[in-house]
Ligand binder design. Structure first.
Ligand code: PMT
Length: 405
């Protein structure tokens, strides 16, 4: 059944951004219901949300029902999650004091669903002691506050108070909606390429963007794990709740991973670690001079995953990836054995629309017992499939995938 997201929109100029948020959520397959305050309707028409979500927009406690339905109770009950965005200073004040004088403020007192609030207002209003005290009080009462961003504000000033962009709001909601099946677990993920310097301007690297590893870190964090991501150079936003160690070389990645390996319940190596590095890194830029060609001597980097397999305890779960250009299953299986892994994810890195850099990936999930082909999916969706498999193998709270819509 579709999960129900209730959007509560109050009267701020950022209300217009909620049209994209509602659209994004509807596209993702959620049943989106919208409740608007009277002042929100001064900024954007209810018809916009009705057209986007396909559901009627609610604003009135006392409108005659088509069939018997106490609106604030039925909406409150139906909601799996509630997002108040933009949340004005006035509405935050009402929430903090339990005031219920319209449909939105009333249903918030009736719902048992998790509530996320995205304050958006002028910087001085946001920094005002009373507003800050109200926000702190809401936090104490278990309301999730989404921090506003900084930048140009509609009032012409610059500073804190900007409502986050729709994609970020959706991330908070997906975080809130994901079952916390990895609660209490520690998960270490590696991502991205490494860079092995030749001189101050040149390095050896590969095409890894970090997407696959960041998607895995996101999924583990959304499932409630305490996640550490060790990332080579990547141009991606750090997923919600994830702690990051940024590294550059294979040896740095090795040090950061081995240092924290002992405490981890699950380790997944998605990084494309350089197997070799130049024996020497020149301090000065190598000049062209008159040479037609020249050779570079390389030496071996540590094999992080191999070493992890030697030091890990039997309770720890160890997964790797295999980047293959032919005989995917066979070659991946060899790596599974050689590195004593619980799981290896084999992918074909010669395909254009999957693997390196792409938003998509198509893989084989290979264990000692079996091999399952997973057709092309977004890396976020694939990360959910991979963690379902890990939970299944570990006999955790795997439920056949409420987390994997
Ligand atoms: O980052 P993206 O653009 O999203 O691309 C994703 C990906 C293609 C990089 C990813 O899906 C992937 O395949 N990652 C592993 C790449 C790789 O290095 O594969 P490998 O077959 O060379 O190595 C096997 C395993 O050993 C990997 O888990 C690797 O992290 C690990 N390894 C490799 C070398 C080394 N020195 N130390 C290691 O730990």
């Amino acid at each position: 059944m579709k999960k129900n997201v209730l959007l509560g929109i109050t009267g701020g100029i950022a209300a217009f951004k909620m049209a994209s948020t509602a659209s994004e959520l509807t596209k993702k397959g959620y049943d989106v219901n919208t409740v608007m305050t009277k002042s929100a309707q001064e900024f954007i028409s209810p018809l916009t949300f009705q057209s986007i979500t396909g559901n009627p927009v609610h604003d009135d406690m006392f409108s005659p029902p088509e069939h018997y339905d106490i609106k604030h109770i039925s909406l409150a009950r139906k909601a799996d999650i509630v997002l108040i965005s933009p949340a004005t200073a006035n509405f935050i004040g009402k929430m903090a004091h339990g005031i219920a004088d319209d449909l939105l403020s009333t249903l918030l007192l009736a719902t048992e669903a998790p509530i996320y609030v995205a304050p958006a207002m002028n910087t001085n209003m946001y920094n005002n002691n009373i507003v800050q005290a109200n926000i702190e009080y809401l936090k104490e009462k278990g309301i999730n506050i989404i921090k506003p961003g900084s930048g140009d504000l509609a009032c012409g000033e610059e500073g804190k108070g900007r409502m986050p962009e729709p994609e970020e709001l959706c991330e908070y909601l997906e975080f809130g909606l994901t079952q916390k099946t990895l609660d209490g677990k520690k998960v270490l993920i590696s991502a991205g390429p490494t860079r092995e310097a030749l001189d101050p301007v040149r390095f050896f690297s590969n095409y890894s963007s970090g997407r696959m590893g960041y998607s895995l870190a996101r999924e583990a964090s959304f499932r409630g794990a305490d996640v550490n991501l060790v990332s080579g150079p990547a141009n991606l936003a750090v997923p919600l709740g994830v702690k990051i160690d940024k590294v550059e070389t294979a040896r740095e990645m090795y040090e950061h991973i081995i240092k924290q390996a002992e405490d981890q319940d699950i380790i997944v190596m998605a990084a494309a670690v350089a197997d070799y590095r130049p024996t020497e890194t020149k301090r000065e830029k190598i000049k062209k001079e008159s040479r037609q060609d020249f050779s570079i001597k390389m030496e071996k980097n540590p094999d992080i995953l191999k070493e992890l397999s030697e030091i890990s305890s039997p309770e720890q779960f160890l997964a790797g990836f295999a980047a293959e250009s032919s005989n995917i299953e066979e070659n991946s299986r060899k790596k599974l054995k050689a590195k004593h892994l619980d799981l290896i994810v084999g992918n074909d890195i010669t395909k254009k629309d999957t693997g390196f850099e792409s938003k998509f990936n198509e893989v084989y999930l290979i264990t000692k017992e079996d091999s399952v082909h997973i057709p092309s999916k977004t890396k976020n969706e694939l990360a959910a499939v991979i963690f379902d498999k890990i939970e299944e193998l570990q006999n955790l709270g795997f439920s056949g995938s409420d987390n994997n819509a």
